[in-house]
Design a protein around this ligand. Structure first.
Ligand code: BGC
Length: 733
């Protein structure tokens, strides 16, 4: 925990001006909350010396600082602030799933389930609550910037960081990321939205050039960021490592100046990803702050920026703009008005938020013969999996949260630094035993398949945990390990009531799916994951999670089967080292037709479609009505026709525009329904989803004509459809 020497804005102002008889309000940007963040930022920047301004535009990565000053703790980023003017140190920590540990000893924090688990809730209110909880812990630990808001679309199923992201759909990702950012910032902490943009794989992330047409980008990854920024208003946007159609993203004036700051009117600051700056030219392209300077080849925003300012290559006005944007983000989010409320954490309450999110994000994929929910009468339960008596798997890399008691798998003997999986201290065997008090719980690691099968045959039901570990800096294969696939086959042959619980970073291939009656996608379920899974297995929670990504039946169904650049670049390297790898291009030829849109375009049948998830109850849709005109407005009634309360997520899709088939999620609504209950929900489509990007007009364009719209419980299942007429129009970006 940080104990700062920092002076807070109001303290400084009071001390400096207590004796002044006349002190104009207008000159007191720090304490004068009646001024707008823009006014306060402009006033404080006007009082800064050149050196003070420079201290805000390049900052440190504490882990690599030599020597490390006393008031700096191990975390992602640090800037000393401007104590004279009451600007606190900028203390940055990762990430979207909670306060990351960054190697600090005995530091507790609450771990949310993975981004894909959160997104499977399709629930912005829950995203807000989750954001609020991690924002609060960020402040309690003395940080004021959370490097959260991972908005990148899941383009390729092998991306090692998919677990940090939300979905393959721009609307779903944008709305949910926006709600999370809002929740975080409600706690007087700045959140980022990251990684801007198209850092869609980890292989060669420092050198890859992501190529895509402007229209496709606007309709997909950029749209996700645009919606997230509109709804969440993050203080900062983090530009990504990769290049975009030529220049590095952090040096792309198209991206930073034209799109972000001009078209979208973004008023906050752009910070670089750690090691993503390659020249001082980035300042003129729109980058406002160099992060983690220790991992760049040079501190471009120090010496080279001073030289560029002296020669006029970068203007003084641009430096002022950079600093004003940083200060604006700090004022707008209350960082200047209040010191952190240092711990202690309210772990119990915060864990309850994590558990609620995990419960709502678990997706029931298969339930043949209603194996689930487990019967109260079950007498002997076999729990199988390598760490079922240790904890639940989590994703690795900078976002790794480590609640007290997390188990980290030791590094193999004789290796240098290699990432290894961590298990959150939520133990499946214990959680199941606590719930099924009368049953006998037996468990096995599954290392010996014959022994596991023998145990399985002695039980009434088997809960088999299958896992896929993913981490930042590495992409993955889509199969579970060969051993796990054989284990599933062996155990399922021994006991017909085998329930597979998947803890994975994203979608996996399931050639074994037919062999088992039930499959549960629990993603990385977070610090209370085992309890959440148990409650779903026993029916205390009726599963309502819906897939935010497509699960393919075969790897060939994806536009790319392996990451471009694999074999060309080293895996798992640090930025400076990585930058020496040979550059290569990734051609995103599928454009904005990613995920379910791609499957629809190619008429491919997924194993489990986008939006899909089973429940322990059933629903019936009726009275589907849609009006057209400027956008599509939908109403539909949903009835719970089963015997348990549940939450249904009605999804509305565009199937076909006037010229071509285009499957697109237009909106969704959730109805919480008791047995027999009936509700009508309404959905108004964001018109950008009915439009295409017109590159010549630099605007969205809706073509006049007929649009086919359907409603259903997932992208592949229309329960009712209709056609509407849309008025042709062009509108602002
Ligand atoms: C990651 C960012 C992270 C930063 C600081 C980078 O390697 O890409 O997501 O915020 O490190 O830890």
């Amino acid at each position: 925990m940080i104990r700062g020497r920092a002076l807070w804005c109001s303290v400084v102002v009071a001390a400096v001006f207590a004796s002044a008889s006349v002190y104009s309000q207008a000159l007191r940007p720090c304490s004068n909350a009646s001024l707008s963040p823009d006014q306060r930022a402009a006033l404080i920047v006007a009082q800064m010396t050149f050196e003070e301004k420079m201290s805000l535009v390049h900052g440190h990565m504490p882990m690599r600082m030599k020597p490390m000053p006393d008031d700096v703790v191990l975390s992602a980023g640090y800037f000393p602030g401007v104590p004279r003017l009451g600007v606190p140190a900028l203390r940055e920590t990762d990430a979207s799933l909670g306060v990351a540990n960054a190697g600090r000893q005995n530091d507790d924090a609450t771990a949310l389930p993975s981004g894909l688990a959160l997104a499977s809730t399709w629930n912005p209110e829950l995203m807000f609550a989750a954001g609020q909880m991690i924002g609060k812990q960020t402040r309690q630990k003395g940080f004021n910037i959370l490097l959260a808001g991972g908005v990148n679309l899941v383009r390729d199923p092998y991306n090692g960081r998919n677990f940090e992201y939300l979905s393959e759909d721009p609307l779903l990702s944008g709305v949910l990321a926006g709600a999370s950012i809002k929740g975080i910032q409600s706690q007087k902490v700045v959140s980022t939205a990251k990684h801007f943009v198209l850092n869609s794989q980890e292989t060669g992330r420092y050198v890859a050039d992501a190529r895509i047409s402007e229209a496709a980008l606007r309709e997909s990854d950029l749209l996700a960021f645009q919606i997230a920024i509109e709804q969440g208003d993050p203080g900062s946007v983090m530009c990504s490592y990769n290049k975009l159609n030529g220049p590095y993203a952090c040096e792309s004036s198209y991206l930073l100046k034209d799109v972000l700051k001009t078209d979208w009117g973004f008023k906050g600051w752009v910070m670089s990803d750690w090691g993503a700056v390659h020249s001082v030219g980035a300042a003129n392209a729109g980058l406002d702050q160099q992060s983690g300077q220790e991992v760049d080849k040079e501190v471009y925003f120090d010496g080279p920026l001073r030289a560029a300012l002296a020669s006029g290559e970068v203007s003084q006005a641009r430096l002022d703009d950079m600093v004003t944007r940083i200060m604006r983000g700090m004022f707008a989010n209350g960082l200047m008005d209040q010191a952190p409320d240092f711990g202690p954490l309210n772990t119990q309450a915060d864990n309850a938020v994590a558990q609620m999110a995990a419960e709502a994000g678990i997706v029931l994929l298969k339930n043949k013969g209603a194996v689930l929910p487990l019967k109260e009468s079950v007498k002997r339960i076999a729990v199988i999996g390598p760490y079922v008596n240790t904890g639940v798997l989590s994703g690795g890399g900078s976002s790794q949260v480590a609640p007290a008691g997390t188990y980290r798998v030791p590094r193999p003997e004789g290796t240098g630094w290699v990432p290894t999986p961590s298990y959150h201290p939520s133990v499946p065997v214990k959680a199941i035993a606590a719930r099924a008090e009368k049953a006998e719980i037996v468990f096995d690691t599954g290392a010996d398949i014959a022994a596991a099968a023998k145990l399985a045959s002695s039980a009434d039901v088997v809960i088999l945990f299958a896992e896929q570990w993913t981490t930042e800096t590495r992409d993955v294969d889509l199969h579970l390990s060969e051993h796990q696939e054989k284990l599933i086959a062996g155990v399922a042959a021994a006991n017909a009531k085998t329930v597979v619980v998947l803890t994975t970073g994203g979608s996996v291939l399931m050639p074994w799916a037919e062999k088992v009656p039930a499959i549960v996608a629990a993603w990385y379920p977070g610090g209370r994951g085992a309890e959440a899974i148990t409650r779903v297995l026993f029916g205390d929670v009726n599963p309502s999670g819906r897939l935010p990504i497509t699960f393919a039946a075969r790897v060939e169904q994806w536009p790319r089967q392996t990451p471009p650049g694999r074999g060309l670049v080293r895996e798992g390297t640090s930025p400076v080292i990585g930058a020496q790898d040979p550059p290569f291009a990734i051609d995103y030829a599928e454009g904005s037709s990613l995920g379910y849109r791609w499957f629809a375009e190619k008429a491919e049948m997924p194993l489990y479609p986008f939006g899909y998830g089973l429940s322990y109850t059933t629903y019936r849709y009726s009275e589907f009505k849609v009006t057209g005109g400027d956008t599509a407005e939908v109403s539909v009634s949903i009835k719970n026709t089963g015997r348990r309360s549940g939450t249904e997520t009605a999804q509305v899709y565009l199937r076909k525009g006037p010229h071509r088939s285009q499957l697109r999620l237009l909106g969704w609504a959730q109805a919480v329904l008791k047995p027999g209950e009936y509700k009508t929900v309404t959905i108004k489509a964001d018109p950008r989803l009915l439009a295409n990007w017109d590159e010549a007009a630099r605007a969205w364009r809706i073509d006049e004509g007929t649009y086919e719209i359907f409603v259903g419980p997932n992208a592949s299942e229309a329960v009712a459809q209709t056609a509407i007429t849309m008025r042709g129009r062009t509108f602002a970006p």
